[in-house]
Design a protein around this ligand. Structure first.
Ligand code: FE2
Ligand code: FE2
Length: 135
């Protein structure tokens, strides 16, 4: 596992969403740190629950915004959010209730899918919203 903390350089162009992405990444780093420190299941579970709750809130906010601005990619984006959330829940469940607490698959999945999503689909709504007055 890389020892660097995760970060991302891409701003989607809408401040509130950049802030929420920052909190998501911070929470994932917290999880990674918990793994490195060898924290127990209870503490890891608490961070995971927080990550899931925040993810739900963030996806909902984004979808609300896309709807508000009439962004044409909303339906596709929503499907992708549901897919990521379902996979996150599944992966988290394994860590929270599996026989052995294996953090690596979860951390790998989170890092890959969230950064791919932010740098892929999320980057698409920014220009549309900026052109219609969002900042
Ligand atoms: Fe996002
Ligand atoms: Fe998104």
């Amino acid at each position: 596992m890389a020892l660097l903390t995760w970060s991302y350089a891409s701003s989607v162009g809408v401040r509130a969403m950049d802030d929420q992405h920052g909190i998501l990444i911070d929470t994932m780093n917290e999880l990674r740190l918990a793994a490195v420190r060898g924290l127990g299941r209870e503490q890891v579970s608490e961070i995971l629950d927080r990550l899931i709750e925040f993810t739900r809130m963030h996806f909902w906010s984004e979808e609300q915004l896309m709807d508000q601005y009439g962004f044409p990619g909303l339906a596709e984006h929503r499907v992708e959010h549901r897919r990521i959330l379902a996979q996150t829940l599944q992966s988290a469940h394994r860590v929270q209730h599996g026989e052995k607490m294996q953090m690596h698959p979860l951390l790998g999945f989170l890092r890959e899918s969230y950064s791919e999503h932010i740098e892929g689909l999320d980057l698409q709504y920014g220009p549309w919203m900026n052109a219609r007055g969002a900042d």
